[in-house]
Design a binder for this molecule. Structure first.
Ligand code: NDP
Ligand code: 8X3
Length: 254
């Protein structure tokens, strides 16, 4: 049975980092939670920790549109009215200059950060419009607007997320649905281990002494954004650790 007072949030990439912290935050505040990701065993142990009666575990790859459709259509009644979709699944691969990047890495980032986000959003939008309630919260990045060495395709995928979020708001004008793009800077999670292809020491060095943003910080922001009064839409949040700021433009002299 649907529990009228329990809202449902669907989080992609809940097996780690921001997604795991967000699931915990919403469950602690009385929501039901659909947790997704590719690593089923991670999701299952998270569901055990959160309480299996409040949690629906769906293991699938967001780059596979058929799997997205199969998993997110025909949800059990208790989880069928999704109020908030957090498009969080994403990754960066490599930090090489464009001319040395692996083309497959670029394709994986585009497929995940852009196409995966689109597949989930497109599938859930008609239902949200019909139920006259819905909030799409996308995980962008400071990399969308701040170029840095080796940020090439990753930053470009997040620039897509930024502009798609704004265009989506325009398309949804008058429906009452909300769209938010959250753009974090340096945040400690498995993100850099993935980017550096398993080199944990390199990832740890990046964060050492930097007092980075934590996944709980982002979960708190997502919770705030999702629970502001319905007449408020937070369009964009750009957030960095206090230790992070911008570098000057560079000039090469020959
Ligand atoms: P993590 O690596 O800790 O988590 C990434 C999550 O995405 C995992 O749960 C992973 O699950 C999931 N994921 C990756 N690829 C796929 C896929 N193909 N299908 C389904 N799920 C997938 O990183 P963060 O928590 O830090 O990152 C979350 C989001 O925030 C990403 O979009 C990232 O770009 C963005 N971000 C991160 C920042 C940071 O510095 N950490 C800063 C700015 C933005 P699994 O492997 O089980 O599939
Ligand atoms: C992740 C933050 O600065 O590594 O999106 O691109 S950054």
């Amino acid at each position: 049975m649907n529990q009228p007072n329990k809202k449902v949030i669907c989080i992609t990439g809940a097996s780690s980092g921001f997604g795991t912290a967000t699931a915990k935050k919403f469950i602690q505040n009385g929501w039901n939670c659909i947790i997704t990701g590719r690593r089923q065993e991670r999701l299952e142990s998270l569901a055990k920790e959160l309480g299996e009666e409040n949690t629906l575990t769906l293991a699938f790859d967001v780059t596979d549109n058929k799997a997205v459709e199969k998993n997110l259509s025909n949800l059990p009644e208790k989880f069928s009215k999704i109020s908030v979709l957090v498009n969080n699944a994403g990754l960066a691969l490599g930090l090489e200059p464009a001319q040395r990047c692996d083309l497959q890495d670029w394709e994986t980032m585009i497929d995940t950060n852009i196409k995966g986000l689109l597949y989930c959003t497109r599938l859930l939008l008609p239902k949200m419009i019909k139920q006259e309630e819905g909030h799409i919260i996308n995980l962008g990045s400071v990399a969308a607007t701040n170029p840095y060495f080796g940020g090439n395709t990753y930053g470009a995928t997040k620039a897509f997320v930024r502009q798609f979020s704004r265009n989506l708001r325009t398309d949804l004008h008058g429906t009452g649905l909300r769209v938010t793009n959250i753009e974090p800077g340096l945040a400690e999670s498995e993100f850099s281990i993935v980017r550096f292809k398993g080199d944990k020491e390199k990832a740890d060095n990046l964060y050492k002494g930097a007092h980075p943003i934590t996944p709980n910080d982002i979960a708190d922001m997502i919770y705030w954004v999702a629970t502001t009064p319905k007449h408020i839409n937070i369009n964009n949040i750009e957030v960095m650790p206090t230790s992070q700021s911008w570098s000057p433009l560079q000039v090469y002299k020959s």
